[in-house]
Design a binder for this molecule. Sequence first.
Ligand code: XBP
Ligand code: MG
Length: 236
Amino acid sequence: MTLRALIFDVDGTLADTERDGHRPAFNAAFAEAGLSWAWDETVYGELLKVTGGKERIRHYAECLDPACAARPDFEALVHQLHRSKTRHYLELVEAGGIPLRPGVARLIREVRAAGLRLAIATTTTRENVTALLDASLAPGAGSWFEVIAAGDIVPAKKPAPDVYRYVLKHMDLSAGACLALEDSQHGLAAAAAAGIATVVTVTDYSRGQDFRGARAVLADLGEADLAQLRGWHRST
Ligand code: XBP
Ligand code: MG
């Protein structure tokens, strides 16, 4: 079947956002709320097993601060913390602190020039996506993507296929006409469950996860000047 569209994941795929973007934003929100919580790189790597920022906060409290999770206003606190975290994250992104990963801008431009269609399928919020694209790709680059399926737009987050099925439905495309770009096992599982072939570019957090079923597992999408330095490897 002819390839018609590329569907990009965001966190870890478009840009390496987790360790130095989302993580410090969560910690800034916790400090602002007077909580002693502080997620170091190792703890955060474990917490990434839970997709969705609100879900991650809820999981952490239930596991490590049950007294907080038992507060009558806990649900309101989770949403307040996540709003605050998103504000801190947007400040980081808008300051240009999070560049695209190697080869991402080149691939997006080549896909557009070839007349293929583009979409986003992500667990993060829509505002985080458009801010990242504006700051790191081009002002207004969010409009290059026909569908930006983000965050709570679907009932179940990755590894559930919902967000990818949402994209296929709203683009009126079959799974066989699309290719997904992902960075994590959760993301691969979501795309695969929707029947979409997937290329994985690993990150420090996802290296070593189970990527069986991916069409390719790459260090990154590569840049001409990087190829000589690092050499490419392609393994499935
Ligand atoms: C990765 C996620 C997100 C981010 C945090 O999303 O699981 O939850 O870690 O963003 P992706 P929010 O599907 O792009 O890899 O706090 O906005 O959820
Ligand atoms: Mg990801």
